[in-house]
Design a protein around this ligand. Structure first.
Ligand code: GLU
Length: 478
């Protein structure tokens, strides 16, 4: 990897929010909205920075944290909370803005939001993390920055179901009797009001989105690739929640994982890596390095530059930039992370004819299933509870009638498949699949008709059109 990449990735004055604004402005010229509406869509509606003390061991630490509500055109606001030393106001604003566009693209009726706590979670015990999280949640309650109809956080980088459970409990204890309290946060454990399928949702959505592109014959022809996922050579950066599940679904569906990159380094094998063996190896040794038969890269970023058809950056923002974009060999880049490409990298890759499937569409699986979880919490019933048995009875009746008429019996496997009524996870997966396929074609349609020349701009056009119309129909306060 070049020094430029390290320098750019660490560059303190790179404004992520400005990068999002630049992409927005490029797309805005393909829409019909007046300047004022565009300015309003772009702006962050509320930015809350807080500092609060937490006793860690025998010291008091002042914790810096944020919650940004980018858009109130629909409520509640929605978006994750990240724990990282890179958290700052600019980053949270950019991520909140992306959430607004993301929700619009996948037709999830929320405004965008995002939160962050500037800590390295690895430096704290679970007890300390719980204290920090609960204090953060109570600060949000104090300022009316959280609630099922106000603003609904979710997991993001450095957080997961455990943190969401603490937030839900803190909220519920401060709002006794609020019947919809569980809908104040999503990504909860299933036992605490979570929905089945939420954990893997973002990675699965990444897979569904890229699969839809690969199934579109015209687009594959342009790239000189065969249609379908099977046999496609994939590199994944980041084996966290998004990257791991994306890699898993690619692998399970016949793609070849040729490269994996983590912060300790990267591995590559032309013949393909067995994902599950790599994960076992990492569990046993603490690193993906040293995996038998693979070429190693001490500098993880070098992995991204190796030959492949599909590159999935699923770690953090700004990893492909002016310093390394021209060395990327992938024909398709699927943005699992938020903002992994800078606008400069976008330009270079678009010129090379690479198809970049943008974050605000591709990683929207998480928020889509969060929406399902929120609906479940408001309706107080598990998906499938009302109709599973009914469907199974109907299916059995139809199958028995058909077997009676034709005088033949299906195999046991076929019988199970036909009879099966939907469980919660079946409904969540099919709702997600339908969303990712539908939105892919909305963006493709915009690419063909709006004048935009790349998928990111086309996706922005889709989002701006939806949010713009919402503002027009809402009416602007005189
Ligand atoms: N943090 C995820 C994202 O960036 C999920 C947000 C949510 O579920 O609200 O999209």
């Amino acid at each position: 990897m070049s020094d430029t990449l390290t320098a750019a990735a660490a560059k303190p004055h790179y404004s992520f929010f400005h990068g999002v604004e630049r992409n927005f402005d490029k797309a805005a010229s393909y829409t019909r909205f007046e300047k004022g509406i565009l300015e309003q869509i772009k702006a962050c509606n509320s930015v809350y920075q807080m500092k609060f003390p937490v006793r860690i061991g025998d010291k008091i630490e002042v914790i810096e944290a944020y919650r940004v509500q980018h858009s109130h055109h629909k409520l509640p606001c929605k978006g994750g909370i990240r724990y990282s030393m890179d958290v700052n106001q600019d980053e949270v604003m950019a991520l909140a803005a992306l959430m607004t566009y993301k929700c619009a693209i996948v037709n999830v009726p929320f405004g965008g939001g995002k939160g962050g706590i500037r800590i390295n979670p690895k430096n704290y015990t679970p007890f300390e993390l719980e204290k920090i999280t609960r204090r953060y949640a109570s600060e949000l309650v104090k300022k009316n920055f959280i609630g099922p109809g106000i603003d609904v956080p979710a997991p993001d980088y450095g957080t997961g179901a455990r943190e969401m459970s603490w937030i839900a409990d803190t909220y519920a204890s401060l709002k006794p009797g609020e019947v919809d309290a569980l809908g104040c946060v999503t990504g909860k454990p299933v036992t605490q009001g979570g929905v089945r399928g939420r954990t893997e949702a973002t990675g699965l959505g990444v897979f569904y989105g890229v699969r839809e592109l690969c199934n579109t014959a015209e687009d594959m022809k342009k790239l000189g690739l065969n249609t379908g996922i099977e046999g496609k050579r994939v590199i994944v950066q980041g084996l966290g929640n998004v990257g791991y599940y994306a890699a898993k679904f690619f692998y399970d569906n016949g793609a070849i994982i040729v490269g994996l990159a983590e912060y300790e380094g990267g591995i590559y094998s032309d013949k393909g890596l067995n994902l599950y063996d790599v994960v076992e190896h990492r569990k046993a040794t603490g690193s993906i390095l040293g995996f038998a038969g693979a070429t190693e890269f001490k500098n993880s970023f070098d992995t991204l530059e190796q030959p492949c058809d599909i590159l999935i950056p699923a770690a953090l923002e700004n990893v492909i930039n002016a310093g390394n974009a021209d060395r990327i060999q992938a024909k398709i880049i699927g943005e699992g992370a938020n903002g992994p490409l800078t606008p400069e990298a976008d330009e270079i890759l678009n010129k090379k004819g690479v198809i970049v499937v943008p974050d605000m569409y591709l990683n929207a699986g998480g928020v889509t299933v969060s929406y399902f979880e929120w609906l479940k919490n408001l309706s107080h019933v598990r998906f499938g509870r009302m109709d599973k048995r009914f469907s199974e009875n109907q299916n059995a009746f139809i199958l028995n009638s058909v077997e009676g008429l034709i005088g033949k019996k299906v195999t046991d496997r076929e019988r199970n498949m036909i009879m099966h009524g939907p469980d919660e996870v079946d409904l969540v997966y099919s709702g997600l699949e339908d969303t990712m396929i539908g939105s892919y074609h909305e963006i493709r349609e915009s690419l063909l008709s709006s004048g935009a020349s790349d998928m990111r701009t086309a996706a922005f056009v889709v989002a701006i059109n939806k949010v713009g119309v919402a503002y027009e129909e809402l009416g602007i306060f005189p």
